[in-house]
Design a binder for this molecule. Structure first.
Ligand code: ADP
Ligand code: ZN
Ligand code: ZN
Length: 735
């Protein structure tokens, strides 16, 4: 037998089974060229799958006559490099998630599907040395050549054929002529010179200076800096200056942001500062755009990647720093499939690479503040707003016994009027989309319920629909009660759509825009609305938590939270932290430049301790108090949790399955507290009954030792095939 026949490849394949699959290398291939991190196409069941080589070995546990050959080797060199593989192995162990899913999740969709990993070789052009000294007058009557030459000359990057086509038609012969005259030359897509700073940095204020200095001093090794800066304190400026120091060393930088903050606004701030190409990676991009951004980083063609959670695992062979903005944001945790925390994995990545990581937020998570207490992170505080902006004034507006017009109290209406009279903008926040969360019959009390979920159907008046916000169910808005035939159906409660109607009649002649998931579905519509706001065409901005993040609306001076009470009563222990963060983030949209900002919160709980601590003493105090409560109650971050969820079409299946798991666990010692099985807070969703079992331990290590022992046992349970189950490590949502 030849060597080629003997070599066995362990392949990670994206299926929900936690094991690798052995294949024989193709006969024709040069073994020397194979290594972990290369993609392969393999026969699997009746079809083919794309997988990743994890290991090369000489023997397999499967009988030799059962082994199939790899169908095709897809890459000439590994896509995932040694450090990436090491991180993914860690993530696989830590999250106890099927290995194939973990490894393939590092690839962008196009590459997961088996598309080519070769970057397109469209020609790029730049001026030659001769060209850079050329006198334009010498073009004489060659107008087209001259125009083309001028276009190429004014680029900061080499220009591609495609870009030229967007400026000129029928330019090919002119390019040929310029090439022949050696005024321009073919080149690589990115410039070779060190990236220069285009726009000079803002002169940092004292607090920013301290932060930048600290980061710069520690940028040669692993360190976690928590940039705890109030909204508008200039955190972005600190990032930009810290990034510059890394670029100067010729290294790459990975910047992670919550999905919605990745606005063109931020991208253009980066573009304005650096003359190196900025790659972006988020869900609004096409598969090809994401693939190209990924490959440009992987091949060191680009130095900066701005991306969301899914960009975290992008290979950056020369990574010098990671920045994670709005580190408290829940969107950094993947809530389905491979349930990883991009923040936590980013920290591990930085540690493995021995590079610095900056976590930034105006409302740091309790975990991160705890890590500061434990001296694992360094807190860098920015307590003042940058430039001339001052912090907004927060106050509670007691609306008990007040007559509310679609949720707006008379005092609030007055405040809105006087703000608008000064030609300033108002921002109204309500975290509920649709017209009203309930449709109720005034005659018999019937309410519209989702048949597949334990939830009300939400009235969407504009589209004349009743919609479930938890599954895809929807139906036409009915006119009479199905129970008693009465036509007295009333929308109960308040959604953004309903407030929008009210605003139009309360403030005639004023322009209101609504920003929520419904109004921004069309690609580009969020951008359009944001630019209308910033160019002053909008008087009132109304929206959901979409408004809480990152936006800089300089002319907003009044922010009102219409209903904070609904957030005060939740059974999830994370709820108080999330509500406090949301309030402070929304409040932070007020008075971001020289005009003073006011924030009012309508409440029927004006004595509520959370609201009062937050308003009178600020987020920091709130967080310290909340941490003390967590400690008292022995909750994370003082303990470690894992949540086992099971769903089934019949409730008893899910319950029995978790009871069996619970029994298996209690046979092992490990001092782990078991809570449940209990029905999930929403016991039925999309036709599935949901139960959960919470595991809690004071030691992270003990919890994981237990999981190592029991996860394989769980998969072997008979019921495991009749239910859908998942494991969520460090859950942030107990829904
Ligand atoms: P954050 O990210 O902390 O909310 P930003 O970085 O968006 O804050 O900064 C808020 C505003 O302050 C921006 O308009 C920014 O240009 C400005 N700014 C930041 N740093 C300075 C500075 N040192 N001097 C003057 N203006 C600054
Ligand atoms: Zn009725
Ligand atoms: Zn539903």
């Amino acid at each position: 037998m030849s060597l080629a026949e003997k070599i066995i490849l362990s392949i990670a394949i994206p299926i929900p089974v936690d094991r690798l699959f052995d294949y024989l290398a193709p006969n024709s291939v040069n073994i020397e060229k194979l290594s972990p991190g290369i993609r392969v196409k393999v026969p699997f069941g009746k079809s083919f799958k794309i997988g990743i080589i994890i290991e090369l070995k000489n023997s397999s546990d499967s009988p030799a006559n059962k082994l199939k050959h790899v169908e095709e080797i897809l890459d000439a060199s590994p896509l995932l490099l040694e450090n990436d593989l090491k991180l993914l192995h860690w993530a696989h162990r830590y999250y106890h998630h099927p290995i194939g899913d973990v490894f393939t999740s590092a690839l962008p969709t196009a590459l997961r599907k088996g598309k080519s990993s070769a970057l397109s070789s469209t020609p790029y052009y730049e001026l030659s040395l001769l060209g850079s000294k050329f006198d334009l007058a010498l073009f004489k009557n060659a107008h087209k050549q001259r125009a083309l030459f001028e276009l190429i000359a004014k680029q900061k990057h080499p220009i591609s054929q495609k870009e030229i086509s967007s400026h000129f038609r029928l330019w090919q012969s002119s390019v040929k002529a310029l090439l022949k005259k050696e005024l321009i030359q073919l080149c690589e897509p990115t410039q070779k010179t060190a990236p220069l700073e285009k726009q000079t940095p803002l002169p940092a204020n004292t607090e920013q200076q301290v932060a930048i200095e600290h980061i710069r001093k520690n940028n040669m090794h692993f360190s976690v800096s928590l940039l705890d800066g109030v909204t508008g304190s200039g955190k972005t400026e600190v990032y930009l200056q810290s990034i510059q120091a890394i670029l100067n060393k010729g290294q790459q930088v990975l910047v992670l942001l919550p999905e919605i903050t990745l606005t063109p606004q931020l991208e253009s701030r980066f573009n304005a500062r650096f003359s190196t190409k900025i790659e972006t990676f988020h869900s609004k991009h096409t598969e090809t755009q994401r693939r190209n951004a990924w490959l440009n980083m992987q091949q060191k063609k680009s130095l900066i990647l701005l991306g969301t959670r899914s960009a975290l695992l992008t290979p950056c062979p020369n990574l010098g720093m990671i920045i994670l903005d709005e580190e408290h944001d829940a969107s950094f945790k993947q809530q389905e499939g491979f349930r990883f925390s991009a923040r936590d994995v980013a920290i591990v990545r930085a540690k493995m690479l021995n590079i610095p990581i900056i976590l930034g937020s105006a409302t740091p998570s309790l975990e991160s503040l705890y890590n500061v207490q434990q001296k694992r992170y360094t807190r860098l505080a920015l307590l003042q707003r940058a430039g001339s902006a001052t912090p907004p004034i927060l106050s509670l507006l007691d609306v008990r016994n007040q007559y509310l017009q679609e949720g707006l109290s008379p005092t609030l209406i007055k405040m809105i009027k006087s703000t608008l009279a000064k030609n300033e903008q108002v921002l109204l926040f309500l975290n509920r989309r649709g017209f009203s969360p309930t449709l109720i019959c005034h005659s018999c009390g019937w309410t519209a319920q989702c048949k597949r979920c334990d939830a009300n159907l939400v009235v969407h008046y504009q589209q004349q629909k009743l919609r479930c916000h938890h599954c895809a169910s929807e139906q036409f808005l009915i006119k009479s009660c199905p129970a008693c035939k009465s036509e007295e159906l009333k929308p109960l409660g308040l959604g953004t759509e309903r407030v929008e109607y009210a605003l139009n009649s309360l403030f005639p002649g004023k322009k209101a825009v609504r920003l929520d998931r419904d109004s921004t579905q069309r690609k580009g519509s969020l951008e359009e609305q944001l630019s209308a706001i910033n160019s002053g065409q909008v008087d009132i901005i109304l929206g959901t938590q979409m408004l809480a993040k990152g936006h800089h609306f300089p002319n907003v001076t009044l922010v009102a939270l219409l209903d904070v009470d609904s957030g005060l009563f939740s059974i999830d222990f994370h709820a108080a932290e999330k509500l406090a963060q949301l309030i402070i983030q929304v409040a932070g949209r007020a008075g971001r430049e020289h005009k003073k900002g006011h924030v009012v919160m309508q409440t029927r709980q004006p004595e509520h301790p959370l609201l009062n601590t937050l308003i009178q003493q600020g987020y920091s105090h709130f967080a310290q108090a909340a941490l003390a409560e967590r400690k008292e109650a022995q909750l994370p971050p003082y303990t470690y949790q894992a949540l086992l969820r099971a769903t089934a079409t019949e409730p008893q299946l899910a319950l029995e399955f978790l009871s069996e798991v619970s029994l298996t666990i209690s046979k092992q010692a490990f001092h782990t507290l078991l809570l449940g099985p209990v029905p999930a807070p929403m016991p039925k969703r999309a036709g599935q009954y949901r139960y959960q079992l919470l595991l809690q331990n004071e030691q992270r290590k003990s919890l994981h030792l237990l999981l190592n022992a029991i996860v394989p046992e769980i998969s072997k349970l008979k019921l495991a095939r009749k239910v859908k189950w998942s494991l969520d490590i460090d859950p942030i949502d107990l829904y």
